[in-house]
Ligand binder design. Structure first.
Ligand SMILES: Cc1cc2nc3c(=O)[nH]c(=O)nc-3n(C[C@H](O)[C@H](O)[C@H](O)COP(=O)(O)OP(=O)(O)OC[C@H]3O[C@@H](n4cnc5c(N)ncnc54)[C@H](O)[C@@H]3O)c2cc1C
Length: 391
């Protein structure tokens, strides 16, 4: 029997992990088309490098399941392929009665999800672990880790190639007609197309009459590098559980830097890494029903206003950092490249929080692979390929 040709659009960590999984299982020929010349130019190379433990995931959600499974698979993969990873643990600090309640909620959610080793520690133990952090107590999740995210992506691509997958860089998909995929270089014929285009996944889906009613709204995550601060692990403020974004937090990277952020700032273009506006894209987004309904929500306007403040004012950014570590000074803050989240919104203006994949006969569309997509990636690939294989 002739084997199928799987064509994957996008060589981020999701597309690359799926390419690896299909080729490892020997299901057919795999070609990955990536518009950039280099790997990791978007979310997969512009993130915090955190291997999440799953503490803030909703029990029963796909995200929770894939985060937990992905955490273990990623650690195993990194050990085997010698990718830099450190199991440093995650701390969520409390500074008020309200925060205490959120910590209890996170602990209960984490236990239901199956996160191992969760415990609340007091201010004394927190001080011992993180002398430069303040909090009256903290939730400790020991299975959180930090990873070299570009190193991880490169290793996944290398392993996929070893199993026969082909990666074609600089191949931007500009049109799709039935099973023909057009790039400037060539037209590719495929039996099954897998859309892993991140910030452009809605556009690619719409070319194939899939992803109906979904619009990607880009949220820029801005970072500051914090000098003269010693942090051993990841330290979070108690989150607002109504939003899929975390508040500004501190993360040590495998390079020994300390990052503060990311913010969740509405971006004026899908790849608007600088703060300017991409007029065509912005007008396209702003005129959609999805966006208009989203902007009508007071809670959303509040989120946008709060994050815009942190974006324009270094002083406001500093204030957020000082909630965790009051000794940080303005002069300690240095700019660090941002990333942009591909956040899908439905026609009612709902922010879609769980992972979302549309499975059709000859195509599959990854419509939501936001954080913890890096952590979940290898489990996400198994989840997607299991369903494609059993169709
Ligand atoms: C600021 C930030 C911080 C984050 N921190 C973490 C974290 O600490 N831990 C964690 O687990 N997750 C984190 N995430 C989430 C994680 O980075 C993403 O879930 C993951 O990288 C998504 O991978 P992807 O392959 O879907 O997207 P991408 O990496 O964006 O890949 C999509 C690819 O598709 C390509 N493409 C797009 N259009 C086309 C086209 N027309 N033709 C060909 N190619 C195309 C793009 O060039 C791109 O390379 C973070 C995300 C952001 C933005």
């Amino acid at each position: 029997m002739e084997k199928k040709h799987y064509l994957i659009i996008g060589a981020g960590i999701i597309g690359s992990s799926i390419a690896r999984e299909i080729s490892r299982r020997g299901l057919g020929k795999v070609t990955v088309l990536e518009k950039e010349q280099n790997l990791g130019m978007h979310a997969s190379g512009r993130n915090s490098g955190v291997v999440h433990s799953g503490i803030n995931q909703k029990p029963g959600s796909i995200k929770a399941e894939l985060c937990l499974k992905g955490n273990a698979l990623l650690k195993q993969f990194c050990r085997k392929h010698k990718v830099r990873i450190e199991e440093v643990g995650t701390l969520v600090i409390s500074n008020s009665d309200e925060d205490d309640e959120i910590l209890e909620q996170l602990m209960a959610m984490g236990k239901r999800v199956g996160v191992p080793g969760l415990k609340i520690i007091d201010s004394g133990e927190l001080k011992k672990r993180e002398p430069e952090v303040v909090g009256r107590k903290a939730l400790l999740s020991p299975s959180g880790a930090i990873v070299d995210s570009i190193g991880f992506l490169e290793a996944v691509v290398k392993d996929a190639k070893k199993h026969g997958a082909e990666f074609i860089m600089g191949a931007k998909v500009s049109g799709i007609h039935r099973n023909s995929v057009k790039t400037r270089k060539e037209i590719f014929e495929a039996d099954h197309i897998i859309n892993c285009a991140g910030l452009y996944s809605d556009k690619i889906a719409h070319m194939m009459e899939a992803g109906k009613g979904i619009r990607i709204v880009p949220f820029r995550g801005e970072y500051m590098e914090v000098e003269n601060l010693n942090i051993q692990s990841m330290v979070y403020q108690a989150p607002d559980l109504n939003f899929p974004f975390l508040k500004v937090h501190l993360t040590r990277t495998v390079d020994g830097k300390v990052l503060a952020g990311p913010t969740a700032t509405l971006a004026m273009g899908r790849e608007a890494y600088r703060k300017g506006m991409h007029i065509g894209e912005f007008l396209g987004m702003a005129s959609s029903v999805n966006f208009m309904r989203l902007i009508l929500r007071e809670s959303f306007r509040k989120l946008v206003a709060e994050n815009a403040k942190v974006t324009v004012s270094k002083k406001a950014f500093l204030k957020e950092i000082q909630v965790i570590s009051p000794s940080v000074k303005k002069r300690d803050l240095k700019k660090h490249p941002p990333g942009i989240r591909a956040q899908p919104i439905d026609r009612k203006g709902n922010i879609l929080k769980d992972m979302l994949v549309e499975f059709n006969d000859n195509s599959t569309h990854i419509l939501n692979a936001v954080s913890p997509g890096l952590t979940a990636s290898l489990a996400f690939a198994e989840y997607v390929v299991d369903r494609i294989e059993n169709k």
